[in-house]
Design a protein around this ligand. Structure first.
Ligand SMILES: *[C@@H]1O[C@H](CO)[C@@H](O)[C@H](O)[C@H]1NC(C)=O
Ligand SMILES: *[C@@H]1O[C@H](CO)[C@@H](O)[C@H](O)[C@H]1NC(C)=O
Ligand SMILES: *[C@@H]1O[C@H](CO)[C@@H](O)[C@H](O)[C@H]1NC(C)=O
Ligand SMILES: *[C@@H]1O[C@H](CO)[C@@H](O)[C@H](O)[C@H]1NC(C)=O
Length: 566
């Protein structure tokens, strides 16, 4: 997992958040000056981190060998496992139209059943959002919903074909003479929409790095002859990007996969993902998630020069809030717990799709606590003592090293077995999504000086919405390494809120360089014990209220990337 969480917070637009209210403003006013330079440096640093982050052995075995020539870069569609994830080329024989049928039907039930709603000529409801202007989309039309602050989403229904040369999706009218009950739109009304599919449209810095896709309604059916289908798909296409802030676990989920899931889960894997800024590394790192979202091969949209044909298209993704699913905005009332269950379904070895640990509730065992161990910045300087403290409170303790390059499935396996996750504010805490929801697990976030609200908004509120018991431990000036750097009583340590206000337009610089990047913590063991004890007794109470069972002996957990404290 990425340890470089500063980017997790930089440039965040916090709609109702005093703490980082300057973030977006500062970004917006940066222009091409120092800010842009710094952002570039961070990006480079982050990319270096990425190399360690996304390393997954299985990928390097198969990736480069099949990538390059074949335009359609395949990822495994059926149930992911280390044995069946070898990518395979799906290039069609020359001159023959390929008809793509999905794979992994057996998987269907796991992801929500309802197999028969997507027959060939049955209108699929592409937009799952309540009250959307695109909710009822007539055939042969394009509709863009640009009303949201975070993202635009466009929809097309009808005969959609890719045009690689212009990075376009073309919408063809029905052939002349074809019986059509709907009145044809005037032939002159050729519409074109342009969209950069990313969920931070307010963030000009990153949005301009996202490829712009054109959606064009072709007036004359005759033009279809010049765009013969090389590959014909039964399912609609969803165009997304693998770019953006893709080096950081918070952004990967917050800007990428959660919005993707929000936009496409109702299609029950009957959707083809066409990806901008695709890379085999990305597909390898997130292969399980991609397979869980779509039963088809992923299309590498920038390199695949063939004409792909679809009965519909969605470009862009919905966004609700930080790691949030607002069920009132979804026609099927999904919640963040459904997103957790989706992740559990794709990562759990158990094909039931439910977490194994869920089926065997903790009985009289010591609750398990994972400590997220960051490197470089926002480090817990007395981490070993904190781990011993947690063990003395009654936890079995694992220290989760970050940026070790372990696959996400391994991270899932660890975190889903914890009863509590503890860590300093940072992107790796996104792993709280892997905890068992509904009061069965807890998240304790350590908030360094100056980023109290930011911590609460990014992880605290979303964790609570998932039903986790949330504790935030706000460090005092004494516990912050900043108290060694600044003289006693200096406003930066004595009153971070005032220090930030006094920066005016430069507020985010202070947050980023001093509070996020320039700070470690050394926890007051006496005070932190209270937080741990509170979590421990909550978990024990929960255990007691469940089936009583004979005492189990303390367990030792060993895994290669983990140091054991007990
Ligand atoms: C939409 O139009 C296409 C032809 O352009 C046709 O094949 C398809 O059946 C139509 N879909 C519906 C639901 O009418
Ligand atoms: C959820 O969405 C509805 C409708 O857009 C909105 O009124 C409500 O405030 C949102 N809820 C939260 C918690 O953001
Ligand atoms: C979603 O919730 C609304 C309001 O509570 C309810 O009317 C509707 O039937 C629910 N839809 C589904 C699919 O559960
Ligand atoms: C925080 O701790 C790390 C690891 O010990 C160290 O490399 C870094 O310089 C420290 N940063 C500060 C601001 O003390």
């Amino acid at each position: 997992m990425a340890a470089s969480a500063s980017k997790a917070s930089s440039g965040l637009k916090p709609p109702a958040m005093d703490d980082a209210a300057a973030a977006a403003d500062v970004k917006a006013t940066k222009g091409g000056g120092r800010g842009a330079f710094l952002a570039h440096v961070f990006l480079v640093l982050s990319v270096i981190t990425l190399c360690a982050v996304v390393y997954a052995p299985r990928f390097f075995v198969s990736g480069p060998a099949t990538y390059g020539g074949g335009a359609l870069v395949a990822i495994s569609a059926p149930r992911p496992s280390s044995t069946n994830r070898t990518p395979s080329s799906a290039a069609s024989p020359l001159g023959l139209e390929e008809h793509v049928v999905g794979r992994g039907d057996a998987d269907q039930e796991r992801h929500g059943g309802a197999l028969h709603q997507h027959q060939h000529h049955q209108q699929v409801v592409l937009d799952n959002q309540v009250g959307s202007p695109c909710a009822s989309l007539p055939n042969h039309t394009i509709c863009c919903d640009r009303s949201d602050y975070h993202s635009d989403v466009c929809f097309m229904a009808g005969d959609v074909r890719t045009d690689a040369a212009s990075l376009s999706l073309l919408l063809f009218p029905p052939p002349r003479g074809a019986s059509s009950s709907a009145p044809e739109p005037a032939a002159a009304a050729v519409t074109e929409e342009r969209i950069r599919p990313y969920t931070r449209k307010w963030d000009a810095y990153i949005t301009k790095t996202i490829h712009e896709v054109r959606l064009r309604r072709v007036a004359r059916p005759e033009e279809a002859a010049a765009h013969r289908c090389d590959v014909r798909h039964d399912a609609p296409v969803l165009v997304v990007t693998a770019g953006g802030y893709s080096h950081n676990m918070f952004h990967v989920f917050n800007d990428g996969f959660l919005p993707l899931w929000l936009t496409a889960q109702h299609l029950r894997r009957r959707v083809v993902l066409a990806v901008l800024s695709y890379s085999p590394r990305w597909a390898g790192t997130y292969g399980e998630i991609l397979s869980g979202l779509s039963r088809y091969h992923v299309i590498d949209l920038l390199r695949d020069k063939r004409t792909h044909c679809f009965p519909g298209a969605v470009v862009g993704t919905r966004y609700h809030d930080y790691l949030a699913v607002n069920s009132t905005r979804l026609r099927d009332n999904r919640t963040i717990v459904d997103f957790h269950d989706f992740l559990a379904g794709v990562y759990d070895d158990d094909s039931s799709g439910r977490s194994r640990t869920e089926e065997t509730p903790p009985r009289e065992r010591r609750p398990r606590l994972g400590i997220v161990s960051r490197k470089g910045r926002r480090v817990i300087e007395n981490q070993a003592a904190v781990a011993r403290l947690a063990a003395s409170v009654g936890f079995d303790v694992e220290v989760m090293e970050t940026a070790t390059g372990v696959p996400l499935s391994a991270v899932y396996a660890s975190v889903s077995s914890y009863d509590a996750l503890v860590g300093v504010h940072g992107a790796d805490l996104t792993a709280f999504l892997f905890l068992r929801p509904g009061g069965r697990a807890a998240l304790a976030q350590i908030a360094p000086l100056g980023i109290t609200m930011l911590s609460r908004n990014l992880f605290g509120v979303p964790a609570a919405r998932m039903g986790l018991h949330y504790e935030q431990y706000d460090v005092s000036a004494r516990e912050s390494s900043l108290s060694r750097k600044y003289p006693a009583g200096h406003v930066v340590v004595a009153d971070p809120a005032r220090a930030r206000r006094e920066q005016g337009k430069q507020e985010w610089e202070l947050v980023e360089h001093v509070y996020l990047r320039g700070q470690n913590v050394s926890l007051d063991l006496g005070r932190f014990r209270e937080t741990l004890a509170r979590i421990h007794s909550r978990l024990k109470e929960r255990q007691q209220s469940q089936v009583s069972a004979p005492d189990a002996s303390p367990q030792i957990f060993i895994s290669p990337q983990i140091n054991l404290y007990h």
